[in-house]
Design a protein around this ligand. Structure first.
Ligand code: GDP
Length: 444
């Protein structure tokens, strides 16, 4: 998970100051020294660290802490505020042109995730904002880029404008824009060429495209895993193109986080989105405050709720809950529920969003065994429809057959059946208790 080391160190540091009824200058000095080391170790830009520590120090020995009833907490709040400010403070909005289409130009080095992000962004624009995007394939140099964008378009069922590799990217971008106007589409996402390194020729071409289509946004896509390099790349692109925002990709990897924490400060351009995986729905609006919370172990309940809302069909969830209560919950329902939770992403990431979860040693060191989940799925899938509806018919012979079909042991099958029965019993008890309470209330 991204930021793991940084999160650990910062959480240990703030833990020490948390309960203090009085915070001395010496306390602040010690804390900021540790914060400084933690940030440097996470590959945060040297100058950025210096300014950050200075701000925290100034505020932590100032009025707001002295006058606070809980000075320790107040200092932690300062660290969190400053961390959030560092990453941009508020989340930033995506532009909407007065007269559609809104034009977005995607730029970045090869391999940063530009083409993938173009598809993800189109998906997000449609899903979240109900927009109709056109994808424009203006990377005529990387051999597979056009095919890749076309494939993404097919997957998303979205139009792609491409003209092969014979005409210039500037022309393709212009024609793409005209096409979007003709078809009354409201966003144009132009996937431009990248290089392995910054070079003059590439920049010239990008400047020409910018002049030709006058984009409302230029999103620079950078790979968070490249640390300080990402910051340097961002600086060069920004110097030439005056980009409007950054998309940080691969934040799902185990990046130390330096890029995320330095880019805004160095380029003064906000991080607008974060790529959290290879799949098309794994692009998130970047919320600096929530990210700061997550890093400091305060959790990110808002994101967790949003994820659940996006991935769980609320009506179905209600129905399942009803079934649980009435103890008519079957293995089919169980399978469905597991699928919904899985859609929300890796369990490890979800746990990171629960406040304090990092501090719970057990949780933290628990290897979340996604394999185990697939074993359970395999066992349920080996049951017949009848067995799933009514597990009481699963006798010894059937257990053997199911185990064989799933490639698991009979004792594993037994365990799952037992757990399922226990769960149902527990639900029944809880429901009885609740309806008992309600009954009393009703009479009184
Ligand atoms: P481009 O050369 O900049 O267009 O890069 P691509 O879009 O082809 O992406 C390069 C590789 O990075 C591909 O294998 C993508 O699947 C992968 N990738 C892109 N974004 C993410 C992300 O947010 N997380 C992860 N794990 N991989 C990503």
């Amino acid at each position: 998970m991204a930021f793991e080391g940084l999160a650990d160190r910062l959480q240990n540091t703030i833990q020490k100051i948390k309960g203090k009824g009085k915070v001395t200058e010496q306390d602040v000095k010690e804390m900021t020294r540790e914060v400084r080391l933690a940030l440097l170790e996470a590959d945060v830009n040297f100058k950025v660290v210096k300014d950050f520590v200075k701000n925290v120090k100034e505020r932590a020995v100032g009025q707001e802490v002295m006058e606070s009833l809980t000075p320790g907490q107040q200092v932690i709040k300062i660290v969190k505020d400053e961390l959030s400010q560092l990453m941009g403070g508020e989340e930033s909005k995506i532009a909407v042109a007065d007269r559609p289409p809104t034009v977005i130009m995607m730029v970045g080095l090869q391999g940063a995730g530009k083409t993938t992000t173009t598809g993800k962004l189109a998906n997000l624009l449609r899903k979240k904002y109900n927009r109709k995007p056109l994808l424009v394939a203006a990377d005529i140099y990387r051999p597979a880029a056009i095919d890749q964008l076309e494939t993404l378009g097919k997957q998303l069922n979205m139009p792609v404008y491409s003209q092969g590799t014979d005409i210039s990217p500037v022309e393709i971008a212009k024609q793409g824009l005209e096409k979007a106007k003709e078809e009354h589409l409201d966003y144009v996402l132009i996937d431009t060429a990248g290089r392995l390194h910054i070079d003059g020729e590439l920049m010239d071409e990008l400047v020409q495209i910018k002049e030709a289509v006058n984009p409302d946004e230029i999103f620079l896509v950078v790979d968070a895993m490249t640390g300080q390099d990402a910051v340097n790349v961002a600086e060069s692109f920004n110097d030439q193109l005056d980009v409007s925002g950054v998309v940080l990709t691969k934040l799902d990897g185990d990046t130390r986080g330096g890029a995320a924490l330095s880019i805004k400060a160095v380029t003064n351009k906000p991080i607008k989105f974060a790529g959290m995986g290879e799949k098309l729905d794994q692009l998130e609006v970047f919320h600096p405050e929530r990210m700061a919370s997550r890093i400091l172990g305060m959790g990110d309940v808002l994101s967790l709720i949003e994820k659940a809302q996006e991935n769980v069909d609320e009506k179905r969830a209600k129905e399942l809950e009803e079934k649980m209560r009435s103890a008519s919950f079957t293995f089919d329902d169980f399978l469905e529920q597991m699928g919904q939770v899985k859609n929300m992403g890796p369990l490890e990431d979800l746990i990171g969003m629960i406040p304090g979860a990092n501090k719970m040693k057990g949780l933290k060191n628990m290897e979340i065994d996604e394999k185990q989940i697939s074993h359970v799925e395999a066992i349920i899938q080996s049951m017949t429809a009848k067995e799933r509806q009514d597990p009481s018919i699963i006798n010894a012979g059937r257990r053997k057959r199911i185990a064989k079909g799933a490639g698991r042991s009979v004792s594993e099958v037994n365990r799952l059946l037992k757990q399922f029965e226990d769960m149902k019993k527990m639900m029944k008890q809880m429901t009885n208790m609740q309806s008992g309470k309600k009954g009393k209330k009703g009479k009184g």
